[in-house]
Design a binder for this molecule. Structure first.
Ligand SMILES: NC(=O)c1ccc[n+]([C@@H]2O[C@H](COP(=O)([O-])OP(=O)(O)OC[C@H]3O[C@@H](n4cnc5c(N)ncnc54)[C@H](O)[C@@H]3O)[C@@H](O)[C@H]2O)c1
Length: 361
């Protein structure tokens, strides 16, 4: 069987996908690209690439022997690199979020349509094992129609927003990313559970204060809360912070339906004990394992991170490229999971007004 040849651009977080695609029997890494010598040489050594397979220039990298590109660079580069890769005839697996502007998302959606290439946003949290298990409960009708959902992602990454010693920020791309812009780890799994046909149409946001880090960088806003209204009338609440002191970080999900509810636990890590209540069969809330890690997975599956979701998400991309099996996060859905965060921040800045969220068909 011919392996899918993958090139990875950006090999900090991208070094995970170098390993995941390298060790997968269906794919191979044939090129990497990163101007940072330490990161590039580290990834090169990790899987034994030739010097000729390692690039510092993105346009040269696109000429390498690759079928697909994994874009794992800082978000401000996504629009340009994704569009160039699609136009060069490559399928694209792009890290979250899709882009940092409305126009960037629109351009990617249009380029996918025009080129006919495949695009998948690598929203790995959808592939946390318990989210996949919850989806079966939802599809079996165990919790009825979801009418409300919420998620929280609080992760103190002050050291990735600015230099905590000098308080300078020149080499920190996340400095200008408002917390709610990075909402797809929350919104992605919730919309996956709700189903493919619904999407956010209106957004409002709260949170425009910097007291923990008293500088006016949007990334250091203490907390942001977004409320979303969906096309089919659902309400979604998301809480985000990148500076609030809380160690370790936490990611939680709650969904409420007309026939029951599901919620994760609040203990550290991706494997927690949550609760479920199915009105038809349970007398009251029942403790339930919410494992981000697929327990019966072969050992190889653990080469990624975030439970086993990095590996499983990469598998979904290979299924898309090889068999045309559409993942949840095609370009249209990636825009639907990215734009609400961009609009919620704008709504917070304008004094928590409600704003329409653009939608691209
Ligand atoms: N899904 C997840 O759980 C998860 C976790 C972490 C990061 N991310 C995403 O991964 C992406 C990268 O984040 P990171 O933490 O690795 O950032 P980072 O700043 O740690 O590293 C970025 C890497 O990209 C390289 N780079 C920068 N500009 C480049 C360019 N123009 N061409 C090629 N390489 C370039 C840098 O040299 C560096 O090695 C972002 O989109 C981020 O949102 C996702």
């Amino acid at each position: 069987m011919k392996k899918i040849r993958i090139g990875v651009v950006g090999v900090s977080r991208g070094s995970t996908y170098v390993k995941v695609f390298h060790r997968n029997e269906r794919s191979e890494i044939t090129a990497i690209c990163d101007p940072n010598d330490i990161n590039r040489e580290g990834a090169q050594r990790e899987i034994g690439l030739e010097d000729s397979q390692c690039y510092t220039d993105f346009d040269e990298f696109l000429k390498a022997d690759i079928d697909a590109v994994a874009v794992v660079t800082p978000i401000p580069f996504h629009e340009e690199q994704v569009v160039k890769a699609l136009e060069a005839g490559k399928d694209v697996f792009s890290e979250v979020t899709m882009a940092n502007t409305i126009e960037g998302c629109q351009r990617i959606v249009e380029t996918v349509k025009r080129t006919g290439r495949k695009y998948m946003m690598a929203e790995n949290y959808i592939y946390l094992d318990f989210i996949q298990q919850w989806k079966k409960f939802v599809d079996d009708g165990r919790i009825g129609r979801i009418h409300y959902a919420e998620a929280e992602y609080v992760h103190d990454i002050r050291d990735r927003l600015f230099d905590c010693g000098t308080r300078k920020n020149e080499s920190f791309w996340r400095t200008y990313r408002p917390p709610i812009h990075y909402c797809s780890h929350c919104l992605g799994p919730l919309m996956f559970l709700i189903g493919p046909d619904d999407y956010v149409v209106k957004a409002t946001g709260w949170g425009n204060k910097n007291t923990i880090v008293p500088d006016l960088w949007p990334s250091t806003i203490d907390m942001q809360v977004a409320l979303f209204e969906t096309k089919q009338g659902r309400i979604i609440k998301i809480l985000r912070s990148q500076v609030t002191p809380r160690t370790p970080h936490i990611v939680t999900y709650n969904i409420y339906g007309t026939g029951g509810s599901l919620e994760t636990g609040r203990t550290p890590g991706y494997d927690t004990v949550g609760m479920r209540y199915f009105e038809k069969t349970d007398k009251e809330m029942v403790p339930m394992n919410c494992n981000g890690t697929k327990l019966d997975a072969p050992i190889d599956i653990k080469f990624g991170g975030h439970g086993t979701s990095d590996y499983t998400g990469a598998q979904a991309f290979l299924d898309y490229v090889e068999f045309g099996k559409e993942p949840f996060t095609t370009a249209k859905k990636a825009a639907e999971l990215t734009l609400p965060g961009i609009i919620a921040h704008e709504a917070a800045v304008q004094g928590h007004v409600w704003l329409d969220v653009p939608h691209f068909e």
